[in-house]
Write a protein that binds this ligand. Structure first.
Ligand code: ADP
Ligand code: ADP
Length: 227
């Protein structure tokens, strides 16, 4: 079980009085596909990064699966994050990129091997395991980035504009694949985008943000009907 409870969350940078995230308050259900949408600068990434533990919380609480995580580092939260710039290691093969985190955790080699191959199968990148990232297409790189997240077996997947570097056609294709991945894994997804169509097609629920605040939280058809 990994629902997430966010209580009156604020983020202020430095001595600036203005909160870039202002009283963000939300229950995220276990296994739901939640999308944060809103214009650039409205605080989507900052909120996601606080959930991930990549950014300190100024005020408020974040619970992941009933555990208060405010002071836990990312590795002690039950999460994996996928970024828009892939963050792959250029000198490692696809296999090594996916295995990297598990090797750091000193898992036995055969377990690592099983986990990497399982992730590669799910994402259909088995033929590329020996390649370096520079020999992959954009879509293949994005799958490797997803593979690095899956392999950790997290209960929560955090994605920050993961498709924004892809061309329009591939973006549409990867949307479908990410929806499929969510169904297959049966875990909680939080997906950040500034693209309304992406939000409408992907989310079970959508959080519309503006100027650091939640404007609306609802299913796509309710938001579409009563914008
Ligand atoms: P979004 O993801 O919706 O585009 P962000 O969460 O990245 O928005 O940014 C929200 C606001 O916080 C923006 O005004 C941005 O300029 C500001 N901000 C983000 N990171 C920092 C930082 N490290 N220092 C100061 N301000 C920041
Ligand atoms: P050893 O040092 O015992 O050779 P490795 O880590 O090289 O151990 O390999 C253990 C298993 O992990 C191999 O049988 C192989 O299936 C898999 N493996 C390791 N590295 C790779 C790789 N780069 N590509 C594909 N499979 C690999």
């Amino acid at each position: 079980m990994a629902g997430i409870v966010i209580n009156h969350l604020y983020k202020k940078y430095g001595k600036d009085k203005h909160a870039v995230v202002h009283d963000f308050h939300l229950d995220i259900r276990d296994k739901e596909f939640l999308v944060f949408v809103g214009p650039s600068g409205c605080g989507k990434s900052t909120t996601l990064r606080m959930i991930a533990g990549l950014e300190d919380v100024s005020e408020g609480e974040i619970y992941i699966g009933e555990k208060l995580v405010n002071n836990l580092p990312p590795k002690d939260r039950d999460i994996a994050m996928v970024f828009q710039n892939y963050a792959l290691y250029p000198n490692l093969t696809v296999y090594e990129n996916i295995a990297f985190g598990l090797r750091l955790r000193k898992l036995p080699k055969h377990e690592i091997d099983l986990a990497v191959k399982r992730a590669a199968r799910v994402l259909e990148i088995e033929p590329f395991l020996e390649r370096k990232p520079k020999h992959l297409s954009g879509g293949q790189r994005q799958r490797v980035a997803l593979g690095r997240a899956i392999v950790r077996n997290p209960q929560v997947f955090l994605m920050d504009e993961p498709l924004s570097n892809l061309d329009a056609k591939l973006r549409v294709q990867m949307r479908t694949e990410i929806i499929k991945l969510h169904k297959q894994l049966g875990v909680t997804f939080i997906y950040v985008t500034h693209d309304q169509v992406e939000a409408m097609t992907m989310g079970d629920r959508i959080v519309v943000m503006k100027d650091g605040k939640i404007q609306q939280v609802d299913t796509p058809d309710m938001i579409y009907r009563y914008p």
